[in-house]
Design a protein around this ligand. Structure first.
Ligand SMILES: CC(C)(COP(=O)(O)OP(=O)(O)OC[C@H]1O[C@@H](n2cnc3c(N)ncnc32)[C@H](O)[C@@H]1OP(=O)(O)O)[C@@H](O)C(=O)NCCC(=O)NCCS
Length: 278
């Protein structure tokens, strides 16, 4: 297999591979994903036919991998491992000391094989949330573009890497964008964006005021279904989403390779951004 860099034309290939897996990720979505790190995306070709791909995002000391896929007839020949190794090598070359990813449970073994260690499960919840009380807290403010630097610094301490590019893009896509701020400074933030027939909440990252942020976000979203991915180790987050009547429907495994310092403070992650971004 020849591994080559992703070109702008490959977004159609990416959408096609996604369709074959039933992931439902559109070419537009791949275009924006590739934009985060255009040099970190790779296509595998056999006799000139594209047979697989992988995406990587360098956040500096932390690198993120997603969308590892090989067309069905070509599986079991080592191509997936080669694509994964290419993405890891790219991230290490760009300063990563830790590499992370979110794996579907049935593929986690492949990553263990490649040197990744499971860190925690991410439990995906969905449903029409009970609104309840708690909205209208004076510490919950609109998260505006001018807050991006302060939020990026806060997120860096919690997530373990500078996600400024991703946060900027997500902020543009998120009609519900909230910042929790008290006398000690930024206490958390939450973004929520429309996806098809529901709202996706995430990232939702907090050291304080998590309940008030969620209450305000749900009040802003109104009576519409929501989805979010919560680290299984964050008991406080699990309690908050279960109290709202949301139900678990899916699970992924967050895995890391390299320096454990790079994993940040998972107890501050109430909802992940997305499998592709961490
Ligand atoms: C996961 C995937 C990319 C693997 O591609 P592949 O080319 O078949 O992988 P390889 O041939 O390099 O296999 C590497 C090793 O992982 C194992 N493996 C492959 N697919 C696996 C799976 N789904 N679960 C567990 N182990 C798996 C192989 O047995 C092999 O082990 P070995 O080295 O002891 O023989 C491919 O199965 C795929 O596209 N799956 C659907 C998409 C997906 O779920 N991607 C991962 C989430 S982003």
């Amino acid at each position: 297999m020849l591994v080559r860099p992703f070109s702008p034309h490959d977004v159609a290939l990416a959408a096609h591979l996604s369709d074959l897996e039933g992931w439902g990720v559109t070419a537009d979505k791949y275009e924006s994903l590739v934009h985060f790190d255009p040099h970190g995306c790779f296509v595998g070709e056999v006799d000139g036919e594209p047979v697989g791909m992988v995406l990587a995002i360098s956040y500096g000391k932390l690198g993120w991998i997603s969308t590892l896929v090989v067309k069905r007839p070509y599986r079991g020949c080592g191509y997936g491992s080669t694509l994964l190794a290419t993405a890891v090598a790219y991230l290490l070359d760009h300063g990563a000391r830790t590499v992370g990813l979110d794996a579907p449970p049935d593929v986690a073994d492949l990553y263990v094989h490649a040197g990744f260690t499971p860190l925690f499960d991410i439990l995906y919840f969905r449903g029409l949330p009970a609104l309840g009380a708690g909205a209208g807290n004076a510490s919950i403010l609109a998260f505006r573009a001018r807050d991006l630097h302060a939020v990026t610094m806060f997120d860096w301490a919690c997530f373990g890497a500078n996600r400024e590019r991703v946060l900027r893009a997500l902020l543009r896509l998120s009609p519900v964008a909230l910042l929790a701020q008290d006398e000690a400074g930024v206490a958390g933030y939450l973004l929520a964006r429309r996806s098809h027939d529901h709202w996706t909440i995430g990232p939702w990252v907090c050291t304080r005021l998590a309940d008030a942020l969620l209450a305000q976000a749900l009040a802003a979203i109104g009576p519409e279904p929501v989805r979010l991915g919560v680290p299984a180790t964050n008991e406080s987050a699990l309690h908050l989403v279960r109290t709202r009547g949301l139900e678990q429907y899916y699970r992924e495994v967050r895995m890391y390779q390299g320096d454990p310092e790079g994993v940040g403070h998972p107890e501050t992650i109430y909802a992940v951004a997305a499998s592709e971004k961490g």
